[in-house]
Write a protein that binds this ligand. Structure first.
Ligand code: NAD
Length: 450
């Protein structure tokens, strides 16, 4: 078994469920459809949410959530007061209640759910507190800051019965839905190898974000921001560029690779951590005091399937997920999904026949052509782009999937178990980098071993 289904069962289930190569019923292929699909809208039916962390991502999630019919923002929390102003601006509500204490949102009985978009080292505490307070949670990726934290979160979500959606939004994208349908329908056969890659080449791409100019201990609760991280004096760069340090973030693995891993897991129907991870990398380009690598390559073993990952902040390269199988290649690059079928047989007489004497060679070649030359119309298609359209970065459908689950209590597309498995790949990649040795996942002990 591999995850919920064996890989072969997953392929067969897909073929049976959809009954045709390109059947896509039940998948959100038209992302605008979320609006029409939402049957609610009356104020009495609205889902009332609070947002915890209104920074770069939380402020975007706030705006995006408000594009969904029947959803209302009723409060916001952030440790930096400037983001209280930002929350009111984004919600277009000058009197939106704001607070530095996220617990104030959890205490309110009129809040159904919270969006948690804080730095990675705060995810566990806030998610556990929120589900224990009876709130459903949309938590940003990567779900956890460490492997053990992820299991605490899975446990808290399970025992509370609350919904947790993790925020690698491409699992709600039309592009991934299409890729998953195609894979389930066997277009490449059973996957034998995966390549994932992504590269950036700019200061902002490398997280050298400008701190808010007015940031100071008078408008930011610095002690609370540090949380369980080592105590250091106020530092505006740490606040804005926390991704660069392992004390708060999870590096290129947790920040970027987690999206590729989540998309791969969703496409292939996998819901497991990798068995092993082996990393190489270093800080080659951005020598700004960070302790997380800016170049990180990883080789994972996912149930026997090698997954090669290349992440770098020194050279820009397109974001790519390439799935390979005996029947060809399925390749996703942001807005495009391409299928390159392969017949898996010779299209010309074997070049080994060059080693035959002439008469033998000519006889072999003539025989080969007579038996194998394609008849008109039977040649295989050499390649086709099957999808171009919405970027696979589809936040609104992902939020919509969450808010619908809050109403219906149906499962979300990316629950805590899935989010934990995706995050574990990131933690294993980082652990292997820092240990300078391969690591394997010990499922019994829920720990990594060399
Ligand atoms: N899904 C995506 O594509 C995507 C994109 C960007 C960021 N993210 C994720 O979103 C999260 C936030 O990233 P960001 O770039 O918005 O960070 P950010 O630093 O811009 O914003 C984080 C905010 O959280 C606040 N905060 C920290 N601890 C808090 C607490 N205990 N209570 C209330 N507020 C608190 C900070 O004051 C800050 O304003 C991260 O986990 C990141 O990985 C996801």
């Amino acid at each position: 078994m591999f995850g919920k289904f064996s890989r072969r069962e997953f392929l067969q289930t897909g073929a049976m469920a959809t009954g045709g190569l390109l059947a896509t019923r039940g998948t959100p292929l038209e992302t605008e459809a979320f609006a029409a699909m939402s049957k609610r809208g009356a104020p009495s039916d609205s889902v009332r949410f609070g947002v915890i962390g209104v920074g770069m991502q939380g402020s975007g999630l706030l705006s995006d959530a408000l594009r969904i019919p029947g959803v209302e923002c009723v409060a916001a929390s952030d440790l930096y007061d400037g983001r209280h102003t930002l929350a009111r601006e984004r919600a277009d509500q000058p009197d939106l209640p704001t607070t530095r204490r996220y617990q104030d949102l959890l205490d309110r009985s009129d809040i159904d759910c919270v969006i948690v978009a804080v730095p990675d080292h705060h995810h566990r505490q806030i998610v556990v507190d929120a589900v224990q307070a009876g709130k459903d949670v949309y938590c940003e990726k990567p779900m956890s800051h460490t492997a053990s934290e992820g299991f605490d979160m899975v446990e808290a979500a399970g025992s509370s019965g609350r919904i947790v959606q993790v925020g690698s939004q491409r699992t709600s994208s039309a592009l991934c839905a299409k890729a998953r349908d195609l894979y389930q329908n066997g277009v490449i056969g059973e996957v034998s190898m995966v390549e994932l890659s992504l590269g950036r080449n700019s200061p902002t791409g490398a997280w050298q974000y400008p701190p808010p100019p007015d940031l100071s201990p008078s408008n930011l609760d610095w002690q609370a921001w540090l949380g369980n991280a080592p105590q250091i004096p106020f530092n505006a760069e740490r606040f804005a560029r926390w991704r660069c340090w392992k004390e708060y973030g999870t590096g290129v693995a947790g920040d970027l690779m987690v999206h590729l891993i989540s998309g791969m897991m969703y496409t292939l129907g996998w819901d497991e951590p990798p068995r092993t991870a082996q990393s190489l990398g270093g800080i080659y380009r951005w020598k700004d005091g960070r302790n997380m690598p800016d170049l990180h390559s990883v080789l994972f073993d996912y149930g026997g399937v090698p997954v090669y990952v290349r992440l770098g902040l020194g050279t820009a390269t397109p974001e790519l997920a390439r799935f390979m199988g005996p029947k060809g290649i399925l390749e996703a690059t942001g807005e495009t999904l391409t299928h390159s079928p392969q017949a898996g047989r010779d299209t010309y007489p074997s070049y080994y026949s060059q080693g035959f004497p002439r008469a033998m060679r000519e006889e072999y070649r003539a025989g080969w052509h007579a038996e194998n030359d394609p008849t008109p119309g039977s040649e295989p298609v050499v390649g086709s782009t099957l999808y171009t359209g919405h970027d696979w970065d589809d936040v609104v459908p992902h939020l919509w999937n969450f808010f619908e689950a809050v109403r219906s209590r149906e499962p979300v597309v990316q629950d805590a178990v899935f989010g934990n498995h995706a995050a574990l790949a990131c933690h294993m990649a980082n652990e292997s980098f820092f240990r300078e040795s391969p690591v394997r996942w010990d499922d019994q002990a829920r720990t990594m071993r060399s």
